[in-house]
Design a protein around this ligand. Structure first.
Ligand code: NAP
Length: 271
């Protein structure tokens, strides 16, 4: 299990809904933090999503691994079983899924678990690093679809299951370039600004009306395929492993963050 250095790196925002200042890094999760919770994660086949899924299972959640690559999902499933955890796989290609795929998933979650306690959005496409002037339009559409529209649709279709929980948490994975723009990051940066906006809009709609809290969380730089794609010449050893960054995800999914909504947080201290 990961350990988290206490830090003040989080923006720990009060959020659009005026939630009290909360820094997930200052509240490291306990061993059984997610006991009895049902958590679904996109991007569970690789990188940060897989690391968070494994950590959720280790912290005693029942995990729903969402993704498009059966082999990679089965490998993650095998790892969880080897640790004595509980997981299931649901195939969902966020680029190609249609309404029926989303509805079948939502029905299966209710049929199997009766509710959903956590939804973590980790799947994303980087697209290309290109000036807006030259950005390829189809690539723009793919990135916006996977990173924003699919995350919106999945959240919408799973909202009834989340509302059946007494303490549900939705986390959108954000990025530094979704808070402060950077040249050439194109659709990826714009999609992360959009995900911060989606998180705020949804959190203010659900605040006070439901037990569903919604936050954005920036994992920061990590040793994954996406980072490699963005910075091919970077020394891999200089980057934190995804499994060292999972603590704030677990804390925001667990009981310590009850009532925390509309926030925008970081897994790593600001450089
Ligand atoms: P990653 O290793 O490239 O993993 C991306 C994940 O997204 C994979 O599981 C991939 O599935 C999934 N995915 C992509 N397209 C999909 C589709 N059409 N349908 C279903 N799943 C799809 O990325 P990562 O670095 O772990 O990133 C995780 C999150 O952290 C992202 O939201 C990213 O924006 C954010 N983030 C990362 C960094 C960083 O330095 N790594 C920094 C800031 C923010 P496949 O295995 O099937 O390809």
């Amino acid at each position: 299990m990961s350990t988290d250095a206490v830090s003040t790196g989080s923006t720990g925002s009060t959020g659009s809904t005026g939630a009290p200042r909360f820094d997930p890094l200052a509240h490291p999760p306990g061993d059984a933090e997610l006991e009895g919770r049902v958590i679904a994660l996109t991007g569970a086949s690789d990188g940060i999503g897989r690391a968070v899924a494994l950590e959720c299972a280790q912290r005693r959640a029942s995990v729903i691994l969402l993704g498009r690559n059966v082999k990679k999902l089965e490998a993650a499933h095998g790892q969880i079983e080897a640790l004595g955890g509980e997981a299931s796989i649901a195939l969902l290609d966020l680029e190609r899924a249609v309404a029926k795929d989303y509805e079948e998933l939502a029905d299966a979650v209710i049929a199997r678990h009766g509710r959903l306690d956590g939804l973590v959005h980790c799947a994303s496409l980087l697209g290309t690093l290109t000036p807006i002037e030259h950005y390829d339009v189809p690539t723009w559409c793919r990135v916006m679809h996977v990173n924003v529209t699919a995350a919106f649709v999945l959240t919408q279709v799973l909202l009834p299951a989340l509302k059946l929980s007494s303490d549900a948490s939705v986390i959108f994975s954000s990025s530094g370039v979704g808070r402060r723009a950077r040249a050439y990051w194109g659709a990826y940066a714009v999609s992360k600004f959009a995900i911060e906006g989606l998180s705020q809009v949804l959190s203010s709609e659900l605040d006070t009306l439901t037990h569903v809290r919604v936050n954005a969380l920036n994992p920061g730089r990590a040793r994954t395929m996406m980072r490699r794609q963005a910075y091919p010449a970077e020394a891999l050893e200089s980057l934190p492993l995804p499994e060292t960054l999972t603590g704030p995800y677990i804390t925001l999914l667990g009981p310590k963050a009850r009532g925390v909504t509309g926030g925008s947080f970081d897994c790593q201290p600001a450089p």
